[in-house]
Design a protein around this ligand. Structure first.
Ligand code: HEC
Length: 126
């Protein structure tokens, strides 16, 4: 456990040293390019904005706030966010009773899905 903590600090330190201002500790497989691309998809092909609002702040009875660190579904990790977007949210899982169709009902492909999940992850990990 102790060893892990030291290691994590070292990795975060390196990330900061290499790219000043970049977010520390990005999940494995996530890059700043993906996050930037995901932002476009969020308000474009992914139509996420329609229910979650332009900045991801949520809309009453339409879509949850994606910028806070409270997660109705999953634990807020990148993989868990990815899974939620891929599968959508059924009425029995939804805190508000509103449903989200798989991929929000959009036709985004797998790369776009990963990018938009990276963007959503970044919203609560600034
Ligand atoms: C048709 C409306 C709609 C669209 C479009 C939509 N969502 Fe959702 N989303 C919802 C609803 C409803 C929930 C569940 C809210 C609740 O539990 O109260 C949800 C939940 C989520 C959650 C889980 C939030 C949590 O607190 O656990 C994530 C992440 C998410 N959406 C991301 C996305 C992304 C990314 C897109 C675009 C690809 C998208 N959504 C498109 C309606 C939508």
């Amino acid at each position: 456990m102790r060893k892990f903590a030291v290691h994590t600090t070292l990795v975060a330190g390196l990330a900061l040293a290499v790219a000043p201002g970049a977010m520390a500790q990005m999940p494995e497989g996530v890059t700043q390019e993906m996050i930037d691309q995901g932002k476009q998809i969020y308000s474009g092909a992914g139509i996420c904005m329609a229910c979650h609002g332009p900045e991801g702040g949520g809309m009453p009875n339409l879509g949850a706030d994606l910028t806070d660190s409270e997660w109705a579904i999953g634990d807020g990790s990148f993989e868990s966010i990815l899974e939620t977007i891929r599968e959508g949210v059924s009425a029995d899982k939804s805190a508000s009773g509103s449903v989200m169709p798989p991929k929000g009902g959009s036709q985004i492909d797998d790369d776009q899905l990963r990018a938009v999940a990276a963007y959503v992850w970044s919203l609560s990990n600034k």
